[in-house]
Design a protein around this ligand. Structure first.
Ligand SMILES: [Zn+2]
Length: 198
């Protein structure tokens, strides 16, 4: 009789331990695994900015000019057909304010034979440069290394460099910069559609 009771108790204990093992261990193991998986996945979710988003929030860089007044000339031949324009020319009277199309840092102020008085502004993400040429003047105090806000006056429209005195305009380029490239490098992107031209 006592043996039977002892055997029964033993079976109950073994059975109970078995249930504990079945119910708890896989459960705990599962939650640990899913916790680890979530921790590993989380950093991959962080969004990376697309080039299109970086280029899509520009303003027309000449005071008073609307998108309807813009003229497409990105692919026009220049230099006896040896190169293409790679820019947009925005016509305006001499002395009209030139505004920063995008926020950034003035990387280079350069007086060149073709461009005349020019400004190279590297955007805050580092991957783009806005280039302004044929300026009549720089805004007072403008300096290399200076941060500029979008819409901030940085100079005035002119015809310095290889530009007609009768047709003062802003020559505006957008350049995509590969990592490590300097202000004189980069690959031109058509500003016309990015400024709302159609
Ligand atoms: Zn031009």
């Amino acid at each position: 009789m006592i043996r039977r009771i002892a055997t029964l108790l033993l079976l109950l204990i073994v059975g109970w331990l078995g249930w504990v093992a079945i119910l708890n261990l896989p459960g705990r193991g599962g939650s640990e695994v899913s916790g680890k998986v979530q921790k590993n996945v989380a950093p991959r979710v962080s969004p990376s900015p697309s080039p299109r988003a970086a280029a899509g929030k520009l303003i027309i860089p000449v005071t008073g000019v609307t998108s309807a007044e813009l003229v497409e000339s990105f692919a026009d031949p220049r230099g006896d057909g040896t190169r293409t324009h790679g820019a947009i020319d925005i016509m305006a009277p001499r002395g009209t304010a030139v505004l920063a199309a995008s926020a950034g840092t003035v990387e280079k102020l350069f007086d060149s034979k073709l461009g005349g008085l020019t400004i190279y502004v590297r955007r805050l993400d580092g991957g783009w440069i806005d280039y302004y040429a044929h300026l009549y003047s720089y805004s007072p105090g403008l300096a290399e290394g200076q941060k500029v806000a979008q819409g901030q006056p940085i100079g005035t429209v002119g015809s310095t460099g290889d530009a007609s005195v009768e047709g003062p305009h802003l020559h505006y380029e957008i350049k995509v910069m590969a990592p490590g490239e300097g202000w004189w490098q980069g690959r031109g992107v058509d500003p016309y559609p990015l400024l709302g031209g159609k």
